[in-house]
Write a protein that binds this ligand. Structure first.
Ligand SMILES: [Zn+2]
Length: 218
């Protein structure tokens, strides 16, 4: 049968189409709790250790182009996600901070030799390390829960060089990437949300953006 069962104080998920009926699919998985929402097109969600564990963020603007609003975007992203998660996300002056983002041209980011070469369509990228923490229950389904292990590194590409400039696309990309750094895996199909896969002028986190992530920190 498909469903959740309890063995020795832990909950496990059994799958009906498993070749050996009732066999633990990959488990045992630690039961992490019940989720009220699922907004992602992926079956897993990540988090830092706990609500009080949200790390500080190092940012490094590599180019001096005043039309590249990387610092504003990152500051805005920290404030918005911090408010959503109920905790201030501070900035760090150390490049060894748990989260670090670099902003610059394609050449500048490639010169860091931290990331794979920037693709021609990339506006931002986030790389995180994580390990399986357990499983969440959403309705009768299971979702994988991963714990982020430091460091998380990412970049924002300067794609907005021509004035007069609108700050919004850069702020949108910074806020989107920060969502990934905090554990938002995959994307929402809702094009009004920041966690939609394509960049836009939207800079305000929607309920879809917020509730998907905040629930695993509560
Ligand atoms: Zn994304």
């Amino acid at each position: 049968m498909t469903g959740w069962n309890t063995l020795g104080g832990f909950s496990y998920y059994f799958k009906e189409n498993d070749p050996i009926k009732g066999r633990l699919e990959h488990g045992p998985y630690k039961y992490l709790g019940k989720l009220s929402y699922w907004e992602a097109n992926q079956n897993l969600i990540l988090r830092w250790g706990s609500k009080t564990d949200i790390p500080s963020v190092y940012t490094c603007k590599l180019n001096l182009n005043a039309n590249f609003h990387f610092d504003l975007g990152m500051s805005s992203a920290r404030t918005k996600w911090g408010t959503a998660l109920g905790r201030a996300i501070s900035s760090s002056s150390s490049s060894s901070a748990n989260i670090a983002y670099y902003g610059g041209t394609v050449a500048q980011i490639n010169n860091l030799k931290i990331f794979d070469p920037v693709e021609s369509w990339d506006v931002g990228w986030t790389v995180s390390e994580s390990s399986l923490e357990g499983v969440w229950k959403y309705n009768s389904n299971m979702k994988y829960g991963y714990k982020i292990t430091e460091p998380v590194r990412g970049y924002i590409v300067d794609r907005w060089p021509i004035p007069p400039i609108n700050t919004d696309p850069c702020v949108n990309v910074c806020t989107h990437e920060m969502g990934h750094a905090l554990g938002w895996h995959g994307h929402t199909p809702d094009w009004n949300s920041v966690m939609y896969p394509l960049s836009s002028n939207i800079t305000t986190l929607t309920n879809i953006d917020k509730r998907h992530l905040t629930q695993v920190y509560n």
